[in-house]
Design a protein around this ligand. Structure first.
Ligand code: C2E
Ligand code: CA
Ligand code: CA
Length: 854
């Protein structure tokens, strides 16, 4: 075999010669060179005759149960550890090839010694020098994942003394109970894939605190055997990032839960103080007339809040007043020396506050709504994370304030009529209920007068809305002037007022009605004219005409209708024969029931079009995609003709079979949707109206689930519309029903939003995916600042709660344009389409929406 030596790699002069071992086909050593004698610490004669198993004991996984085979030793660059007779070890790379020559075969091993352990130690010390210098934490474990090394950055991160973590299991570092088993499994998976993997994990610091780290975990494997030798983890502290995320989540959750603004801001301050120990925090609001008001300052001295409250902002008004004044951040390094603080420093210096940093939080409009301030026990420090705290907090702060602003607006608008300042219908019903209870207890009569201005529409149409508004304001003033203490007046509709008179029987009520009519008839100066208005009054009395607020109002309304029908400018009591109308309703309800049973009701579908991408050209809107269609019920009776939906829906509610209509509508809309799906008509979803009465039981949930299944629809194909009456209904099941529908995957839209029953807390308790702005806003959105403000508020709320906002009853391109600018998602209205017959939807789509994908 001598000639095969020629194939050995040339021996370079700069390094020791490689050891060479030849074995025969049975792995018996037949030749070794001098370098090999050196590596193995054995003489050539001692080595020749041994077999491969004893020459390469640790490196190659020989199976003791069977004879070794060629694959066991053949391979390049395998790590071998050779135990010498003197007890020392040699580390080497082996390169074994099989050689075939003239019918015989054998093995040639070239073995390259690696640096001796002393050299390795030197390398280690360089590495650990690097590890000690970096600000990343480094942890190394042994094969059993016990920690054998940690660097200084790691010890500082977690508060361990040097060597304190040694011997612990890697998983033990994890904060209690959080996925130690998962981590072990991921390390195992990493080993299998032989790749490092990143992890964000919470660790437990020495003092039990939680430290969030972002790590890269690298399993280090034995090159030869593939077995795990070490786990190396490199860590970066991301606690602050994590806490910020937590903070943000908590604040947003509090917002969604409709917590009061002050509570949320208080939480914000406390959390920031947790994040930055030693630093105190305050949030001061800026009122409309530019005065400071303390919104949250949970840890500042009480005297501070008292002194700051009501201060006008200005160029030298502490850090906050100044920052609000300038509209920019103000940094004061030393409060004791700063001219800005000369009037206030006595408040903060005693508790040990030295520096302050104040940042304005601006509303979308650019107005400074509040200032966010940090107070430092020393000179302010600007850690990079603190900057992110500031930007996140001032955003959150603005969000909270914007929300509370809109909420206040809505709360007031929800119970007060903004034009006249009188209670609105909702508030009036509450007052009436209270008066009824009191009257019942005292056994006193009570009168409900509904008063309607005659021909008001004509005034509006001929003299304009602003004159109409002025008239209403004057009427309201006159009505209020006529009230006795304890009575109430409210505006319940366009030109409709309700007067509640306590302890008042028929004759007294008639006198009051007469007086009101006369008093209102006095000329009102408007536009250099003196207008004489007349009014009609309908009266219902408690207890003889009804004992509930609803009934009394309804009967007073019946009486009013009668008064107007006979002659204007008069009053009319509710009487039994007015109940003829009630009878008529009964007849109609019987016909409606029959229509439902004989399938004479049908649905029409009104497209809802998304506003993004819509363009306005030549007075026409184009380009919007279809958001969905709303299913609306239609009834044409052979005797009664086409009965308007609000009429027959109210009838069905009154006579107790609205549930059947709603169930029919769900079934019919699903059936139609399946037809569209089959025909490839791209309708994203169909929206079905459900009465609050259908939410009293869970029956509707089963009906919906069943219809979807039978028509092979997905839950996203259907949407249901409910109104805020659902929450007014004092029906404990309504929320459960809504949640069950949501759990089916069917989204719920809040219909007629903003019509007066608005309750943000109900909104956050119901799983609402879409808000529909009521049609009544559209009538005034272009002219009336209040309507516009409320519509804006609705859109902002919808957006901040992640809901789609759909505006209803959009009739003009100007309204659509305005809504698009406000960020409204979609619109529904005559400007795009009237409700369509099912068969016409496909054609409408082709003609009016961009083809899918463009
Ligand atoms: P809604 O849910 O608010 O439906 C919108 C109403 O506004 C529809 O009246 C629609 O035709 C009308 N509308 C849409 N765009 C415009 C527009 O640009 N201008 C004007 N002036 N009106 C527009 P519709 O079909 O008469 O329905 C009235 C109400 O009856 C509905 O109000 C809904 O509350 C109820 N309703 C209709 N179908 C059903 C049903 O199947 N079940 C239940 N429970 N209620 C229904
Ligand atoms: Ca609707
Ligand atoms: Ca509506």
């Amino acid at each position: 075999m001598g000639k095969t030596i020629a194939v050995l790699p040339p021996v370079s002069a700069s390094r020791p010669a490689d050891a060479v071992v030849f074995m025969d086909e049975n792995g018996i050593v037949i030749f070794v060179n001098a370098a090999a004698e050196h590596v193995w610490g054995l003489s050539g004669t001692a080595m020749v005759g041994r077999d491969a198993r004893s020459v390469f004991p640790e490196a190659l996984r020989f199976d003791p149960a069977r004879r070794w085979s060629a694959e066991d030793i053949v391979g390049a660059d395998r790590q071998v550890v050779i135990a010498r007779p003197d007890g020392s070890k040699a580390f080497a790379l082996s390169h074994v090839v099989q050689i075939r020559h003239a019918g015989t075969s054998g093995y040639a091993a070239v073995v390259q010694a690696l640096p001796d352990p002393a050299g390795a130690a030197e390398q280690m010390s360089i590495l650990s020098l690097v590890a000690e210098k970096t600000d990343r934490g480094v942890v190394v474990t042994d094969a059993r994942r016990r920690i054998v090394y940690t660097n200084r950055a790691f010890q500082e991160m977690l508060g361990y003394a040097e060597g304190e973590a040694d011997g612990r299991a890697l998983e033990d570092l994890l904060a209690t109970g959080r996925g130690a088993a998962d981590l072990a499994a991921r390390i195992d998976a990493g080993i299998t894939r032989q790749v490092p993997f990143p992890e964000d994990v919470p660790l437990r610091g020495a003092s039990g605190n939680e430290v969030w780290v972002s790590t890269i975990i690298t399993p280090v494997l034995n090159q030869a055997t593939g077995a795990l030798e070490h786990v190396v983890a490199v860590l970066a502290d991301i606690t602050h990032t994590r806490l910020m995320e937590d903070l943000q989540r908590q604040v947003l959750a509090a917002l969604a839960a409709d917590a009061p603004a002050r509570d949320i801001l208080d939480l914000l301050c406390r959390k920031v103080e947790e994040l930055a120990p030693g630093v105190l925090c305050s949030i001061l609001g800026v009122t409309a007339d530019d005065l400071l008001t303390v919104l949250a300052a949970p840890s500042l001295p009480a005297g501070f809040s008292a002194a700051v409250e009501g201060l006008p902002i200005g160029p030298e008004c502490g850090s906050c007043g100044t920052s609000a004044f300038r509209g920019e951040a103000v940094l004061v390094e030393d409060i004791a020396q700063s001219p800005l603080w000369k009037d206030f420093q006595h408040l903060l210096l005693p508790p040990g506050i030295k520096g302050c940093w104040s940042i304005p939080a601006k509303l979308r409009s650019g107005k400074v709504a509040a200032t966010f301030a940090f107070y430092f026990p020393g000179p302010p420090f600007a850690a990079p994370w603190l900057e992110s705290v500031v930007s996140v907090c001032s955003d959150l702060c603005a969000l909270v304030l914007e929300r509370s602003d809109t909420r206040n607006r809505i709360a007031t608008l929800a119970s007060i009529d903004t034009l006249t300042g009188l209670p609105n219908r909702r508030r009036l019903i509450e007052s009436l209920s209270d008066l009824i209870t009191a009257a019942g207890e005292r056994n006193e009569p009570l009168a409900v007068l509904i008063l309607d201005v005659d021909h008001f529409k004509d005034v509006n149409d001929t003299l304009g809305h602003s004159t109409g508004d002025a008239l209403l304001v004057e009427m309201a003033r006159r009505l209020k002037a006529q009230l006795r203490p304890g009575d109430a007046v409210g505006r319940t509709g366009g030109d409709e007022f309700v007067v509640l008179v306590h302890n008042c029987a028929a004759e007294e009520a008639a006198r009051i009605a007469r007086r009101l009519i006369d008093y209102l008839a006095a000329p009102i100066p408007a536009q250099k004219l003196h207008l004489t208005m007349s009014a009609s009054v309908g009266i219902a009395l408690f207890p003889q005409h009804g004992t509930s607020a609803e009934t009394l109002l309804k009967h007073a309304d019946t009486a009013l209708y009668e008064a107007k029908r006979k002659d204007r400018g008069r009053f009319q009591f509710f009487t039994a024969d007015l109940n003829k109308r009630v009878e008529d309703r009964l007849v109609l309800s019987v016909a409606l029931r029959a229509a439902l049973q004989s399938h004479a009701l049908r649905l029409v579908y009104q497209p809802q079009v998304t506003l993004s991408g819509v363009t306005l050209s030549g007075g026409r809107l184009s380009g919007g995609a279809l958001h969905g269609v709303e299913a609306l019920a239609r009834w044409s009776d052979p005797v009664h003709g086409a009965v308007p939906a609000p009429r027959f829906i109210a009838l069905a509610e009154e006579y107790g079979f609205i549930e059947s209509i709603d169930q029919w509508a769900v079934e019919e809309a699903c059936r139609q949707m399946a037809v569209w799906r089959a025909e490839g008509v791209p309708v994203p979803h169909v929206s079905v109206n459900l009465s609050p009465l259908s939410f009293r039981s869970a029956e509707i949930v089963g009906i919906i689930g069943d219809a979807l299944k039978r028509h092979r629809l997905s839950p996203g194909d259907l949407r249901v519309e409910i109104t805020e009456r659902v929450t007014m209904d004092q029906n404990p099941n309504a929320f459960a029903t809504a949640r069950a529908i949501d759990a089916l995957g069917v989204r719920i839209a809040m219909d007629d939003f903003g019509t007066g029953y608005s309750s943000l807390s109900a909104l956050s308790r119901l799983p609402i995916a879409e808000l529909k702005i009521d049609r009544s806003f559209m009538l005034s959105i272009e002219h009336d600042k209040n309507a516009l403000a409320l519509a804006t508020a609705v859109i902002v709320i919808g957006q901040s709660l992640g809901m789609a906002v759909v505006a209803e009853g959009v009739e003009t391109t100007a309204q659509a344009d305005l809504l698009r600018d406000l960020g409204c998602h979609a619109i529904q209205g005559y400007v795009f389409a009237r409700p369509l017959e099912a068969a016409d939807v496909a054609g409408w789509l082709v003609a009016n929406t961009p083809p899918a994908g463009s």
